[in-house]
Design a protein around this ligand. Structure first.
Ligand code: C5P
Length: 214
């Protein structure tokens, strides 16, 4: 559709994709889509039921006021899916081709109807191969673990465990045969190690404005 723009931001967990993308999307008036939350709804369902029946999964999203909320059969699970145990379950489920196929069209539909900044693992490579700009965002595992630790607040497991889990999840996400985590050949690669949040936001906002002519 003419005039609709999309930015794909991929990278490993904890690189700052979601916080940076949300802030930049607000600044440029784009819809921020956190695709990890969709995989997390599936991971939460798996933890709660011990199985995966995608036919009975009624997953929906709402973007009132630009804030993404996710629902499982009408129940708002936006906060619940952030749980640490849901991260691993989401990563495990996301290796299944049927799970990826289930979510693919939903993600593409959003990008057809809205200007989006969409973050995930395979947005530039699989979901939106024609995105106007692709960014692959990374940071040292220790930096990412600290960030996660801070986000989880008082429910955070020990830092060392988060670091181990992040490294395990990186390996899972990069080595799976289905849509592995890797930069698209035409992605701009950015390492945010040592950057402040604001530095990363301004760098990425500048890149987007330049490339998209905003
Ligand atoms: O980004 P977040 O950490 O919330 O994602 C949870 C998990 O969902 C990731 O570890 C990854 O395995 C999976 N995922 C994916 N593809 C995406 C987004 C997330 O495989 N586009």
């Amino acid at each position: 559709m003419y005039g609709i723009k999309s930015v794909a931001i991929d990278g490993p967990s904890g690189a700052g994709k979601s916080t940076i993308s949300r802030e930049v999307a607000g600044r440029i008036g784009f819809l921020y889509v956190d695709t990890g939350a969709l995989y997390r709804v599936i991971g939460l369902r798996f933890l709660n039921t011990g199985g995966l029946d995608l036919d009975s999964l009624n997953l929906s999203m709402d973007f009132t006021d630009g804030e993404q909320r996710v629902f499982d059969s009408g129940r708002d699970v936006t906060e619940e899916v952030r749980r640490h145990d849901v991260s691993k379950a989401a990563s495990d489920c996301s290796a299944l081709p049927e799970v990826r196929a289930f979510l693919l069209e939903r993600q593409r539909e959003l990008a057809k109807r809205h200007n989006v900044i969409m973050d995930g693992r395979d947005i530039g490579t699989v979901v939106l191969p024609d995105a106007d700009l692709k960014i692959f965002l990374t940071a040292a595992p220790e930096d990412r673990a600290w960030r996660r630790y801070g986000q989880l607040g008082e429910n955070a497991p020990p830092y060392e465990q988060i670091l181990r889990d992040i490294e395990l999840r990186d390996r899972n996400d990069s080595s799976r045969s289905e849509a592995p985590l890797r930069p698209a050949p035409d992605a701009v690669k950015l390492d945010t190690t040592g950057n402040t949040f604001l530095q990363s936001v301004e760098l990425i906002e500048g890149l987007i404005r330049e490339r998209l002519g905003l």
